[in-house]
Write a protein that binds this ligand. Structure first.
Ligand code: ADP
Length: 880
């Protein structure tokens, strides 16, 4: 609703006021009129009533129209004032108009008031509207100025022509670091890097026509820092100048971040693409190859495009089995794999793969780095083989550093030396030194290997337990890639056994040669030794039946035949003994042996020879109480006989002495002479078979070279060994000690004294013998000694005779007999005549014969052939 027009009327005359209202009422329908008469009311109404129009009387009693006009202009300048006057001259009108009245109306022409009011209101409206627009403008400008000044975004306005800054805001000042004054003295060029100026000029040209140019530029701050800015600008008039208002957005941080991202992306792409390692990106679900690098193209021989059509299953020889491996890599259970991969050329290579799960665009992928390990694998295989060969080598291997400190030994080395691996580490091979090799030996060894050469030779070394052993070794220096010796390797073979074997072989060979030589000599000897007595026997036997032979000659011939027989028997005995020894068939039969008796009988036996040769002969018997030892008497007797025989044979003058001495555990026997002696070099050899110091065919001394061999073997069997002390021209002393077996007990065949018949003076002997000649011999020996002889021709007869003839004191029983053999006969006889002494006799048949005879109950055994003395000795032993 339009408001009423408010009219303030300053009039002191009520009639004039009514006239004026009358005119107004005619002109304006809707109005409010306030009438005031003085200045005070007028000012109050001006303020309170706020009139649209003032109508003022020119002349008032205390006030006037011009003053009122001034007050209106002061308090409400837009309110128009019409001056109402009674009489108006020209000057008054001009004065009012000058003072700012919009019109004047003379009271006489009151009718003009209506149009004057209309006009004044019109004028007022125009003026008001104008003022309003100015006010609005001013308000806007202030608003914009405020917004410009306080905008947090840097802004400025520059002159499009000169590029000079015309205005900058606080934010720009803060951001760039220049003060406002500094800004206003600069142009755009001053905040651009010099290299950007040409672009700037060009930009200005092209953007001059562009109303809203925008873009990204580089600016320099006062501190020299270059920043990247994005600008928005638009053309403005700044005063009367063509200007541009610019909004600046600093995008340096963003841009840098973006650049970083780009750079990093590029970097990673390069790392992947240009990496010398072969790389894949695989889709873990399908196995599809998502990407490969150049190295992969080169290595596999497929282009990247070809790869991108493949799945890893086509490359991995595991085929579909690769899926489970991918799983492991994906959940990081395993990152390292070894596979076999196909390549474009059809070759299959061993590869080592390191796989890791990565995320690409939120999806998992497998990044795999591939290394060809075919060579490494082959080398590993070779190395494995080599180390296996070394570990399991039957030769011992030792590796030291170049100072000789042990770094490795193989198990064989430990087995051989007895040292554990750990004991040897850090040691040097000196630990094995036996002291057998000289310092010079080691010096030469070191010189050889340090000069880069192999040393080949033999050592005698010492094991941990002190045992010595021989080894043949090759020691070689190991040269590293820099040409320096880094290690030494010794490859050694235990040759102890070989060496012993070799030495034995050499000895055996020497022995065989010696044996051969000796055998040849022996054959010469033996034929001589056999032929000599045989000649005598045959020759002199032929003379015996000569009728004209004198009794003296016959006796002499018979003596010669007898001696020759003995000689022959000795030789044959020796040969048989040695063959028994060599075939290990000698059996030791121990019994209580009275040494005093033994030596006495030997003395008696050799005394005549000594007297004949004019040699002093004596016994040095031990006078201790105990003269009995438990030993094989017959072996002991044979040894002493051999020694005494030699002593007399090789002694031409001086003495021969023999004897024994009993000590704690042993009894030592000796035979000493002042004979020809034996050179030192021969003293061992004389114990060899057939060995004789005098090897000439035309020897001075008879013999077969077997006596000492047999004696040595027997002494060894009795538990002793020989000692020889001799020097040529002075004499010899042979001695041997045998242990006394104190725990020994008499054996069953030992004579049991109370069973012996000793009452009768004439003894009856039953000779069971099928051979006529043998019986004749026995008869010839025993008859002269007053024995009564009975004869049985077989075992059965012997048994029968023993049953029937009580006078039989002793049976001489041949083992090999018809009808019933000796073993059975002995058992049968003893059934009827327990305790009857039966002496078995047999030719050398089998060593077991003797033991079997003893088992059958015989008390002794006599081997054929025997001589008179042997038969007499054994008979007298049981028939006292
Ligand atoms: P033989 O006496 O039958 O030749 P031996 O084996 O008994 O055989 O003796 C071997 C050798 O030893 C003899 O040939 C002799 O050269 C030497 N020999 C043995 N005993 C003596 C000794 N008492 N004095 C000197 N040489 C001896």
């Amino acid at each position: 609703m339009e408001e009423s027009v408010r009219i303030l009327c300053l009039e002191d005359l009520a009639s004039d006021a009514a006239l004026a209202e009358h005119e107004i009422r005619k002109t304006i329908r809707d109005y409010k009129l306030r009438l005031v008469e003085n200045e005070q009311d007028f000012i109050g109404a001006l303020k309170e009533f706020q009139p649209h129009l003032v109508i003022s009387d020119y002349l008032l009693p205390t006030y006037n129209g011009v003053a009122a006009l001034k007050t209106v202009l002061e308090l409400s300048p837009s309110t128009p004032v019409i001056i109402l006057t009674g009489s108006m001259n020209e000057d008054t009108a001009v004065e009012c108009m000058k003072a700012g009245a919009i019109d004047y109306v003379i009271k006489e022409h009151i009718k003009r008031l209506g149009p004057a009011v209309i006009n004044a209101l019109e004028q007022r409206k125009i003026r008001w509207e104008k003022e309003e627009s100015i006010r609005l403008l001013e308000m806007n400008e202030a608003k914009y100025r405020y917004m410009f000044a306080n905008n947090p975004q840097p802004m400025w306005i520059y002159d499009l022509e000169t590029l000079a800054f015309l205005e900058v805001n606080e934010s720009a000042i803060n951001h760039y670091g220049y003060s406002k004054q500094e800004f206003l003295k600069m142009t755009l060029k001053d905040i651009r890097p010099p290299e950007d100026i040409p672009v700037l000029i060009k930009d200005i040209e092209t953007t001059r026509t562009n109303l809203n140019p925008a873009g990204t530029w580089r600016h320099i701050k006062k501190n020299g820092e270059i920043i990247y800015v994005e600008i928005l600008s638009h053309s403005v008039m700044f005063g009367n100048r063509q200007a541009r208002h610019v909004l600046i957005k600093d995008i340096t941080v963003e841009r840098n971040a973006k650049n970083e991202l780009l750079l990093s992306e590029e970097r990673f792409r390069n790392i992947f693409q240009d990496n010398i390692s072969v790389m894949f990106l695989i889709d873990p679900v399908s196995g599809k190859i998502l990407d490969v690098n150049k190295a992969a193209e080169e290595y596999y021989g497929w282009s990247r495009d070809e790869f991108l059509t493949k799945k890893i299953q086509e490359i991995n020889t595991l085929k579909n089995g690769v899926a489970s491996e991918i799983e492991k890599a994906l959940d990081k259970r395993q990152i390292h794999f070894e596979f076999k991969h196909n390549r474009a050329d059809g070759s299959v290579r061993d590869v080592e793969i390191f796989s890791s799960r990565i995320e690409i665009g939120g999806k998992p992928a497998l990044h795999s780095i591939v290394y060809d390990i075919s060579e490494k694998k082959a080398a590993e295989q070779r190395l494995k083989l080599l180390s296996l060969a070394i570990e399991q080598s039957p030769v011992s291997i030792i590796i030291t550093d170049n100072d000789g400190i042990i770094e490795y030994v193989n198990p064989r080395f430990c087995d051989l030396t007895g040292y554990s691996y750990n004991e040897l580490m850090g040691e040097t091979p000196r630990i094995l030194k036996s002291g057998h090799q000289s310092a010079k030996f080691y010096k030469e060894l070191w010189e050889t290997i340090l000069s880069g050469n192999n040393w080949v030779g033999e050592f005698q070394n010492k094991k941990k337990n002190g045992d010595l052993y021989w080894e043949s070794a090759i020691i070689a220096p190991l040269v590293s890639s820099n040409g320096r010796i880094s290690h030494f390797i010794a490859i050694k073979e235990d040759i102890t056994e070989k060496k012993i074997l070799y030495e034995n072989l050499v000895q055996a060979k020497e022995k065989a040669e010696e044996s051969d030589r000796l055998k040849t000599a022996f054959l010469h000897n033996i034929s001589h030794e056999i032929r000599t007595p045989l000649n005598a026997i045959i020759g002199f036997s032929g003379f015996l039946d000569q009728p004209d032979l004198s009794e003296k000659d016959r006796k002499q011939f018979i003596d010669i035949i007898f001696q020759s027989n003995n000689q022959l028997l000795t030789i044959i005995n020796d040969i048989l003994n040695i063959s028994q020894i060599e075939t290990s068939q000698v059996v030791i039969r121990e019994s209580w042996t009275d040494l005093r008796k033994l030596t006495e009988s030997l003395y008696r036996r050799y005394k005549p020879d000594a007297v004949k040769a004019g040699i002093e002969f004596s016994v040095a018997a031990d006078n201790g109480k105990e003269n009995r030892i438990y030993t094989d008497e017959s072996k002991l007797l044979q040894v002493l006989t051999n020694l005494l025989g030699n002593a007399f044979k090789f002694t031409h003058e001086g003495f021969v002495q023999f004897g024994y001495s009993i000590r704690e555990e042993v009894v030592e026997f000796f035979v000493e002479d002042s004979g020809i002696g034996i050179p030192e070099s021969e003293q061992k050899k004389i114990f060899d078979r057939f060995y004789q110091v005098d090897k000439k065919v035309s020897r001075l001394y008879s013999g077969t070279g077997l006596g000492l061999t047999i004696s040595d073997a027997y002494v060894k069997l009795l538990g002793g060994s020989f000692t020889v002390r001799s020097s040529p021209g002075t004499g010899s002393r042979f001695s041997f000690a045998i242990p006394i077996d104190k725990g020994g007990q008499p054996q069953s065949h030992q004579v049991i004294p109370h069973l012996l018949r000793s009452d009768s003076t004439v003894k009856t002997i039953l000779v069971a013998e099928d051979e006529e000649s043998n019986f004749a011999l026995v008869k010839a020996i025993l008859k002269p000694h007053g024995y009564t002889l009975l004869r049985a021709k077989n075992g059965k007869e012997a048994v029968d005779m023993c049953k029937t003839k009580d006078e039989i004191d002793l049976v001489l029983l041949d083992i090999k007999m018809p009808v019933m053999d000796g073993f059975e006969a002995a058992r049968e006889i003893l059934k009827h005549k327990p305790g009857l002494p039966i002496i078995a006799q047999t030719a050398y048949a089998h060593p077991s014969d003797r033991s079997r005879a003893m088992e059958s109950g015989c008390i002794d055994y006599l081997a054929k052939p025997f001589d008179r003395r042997q038969l007499m000795d054994i008979i007298s032993k049981y028939l006292k």
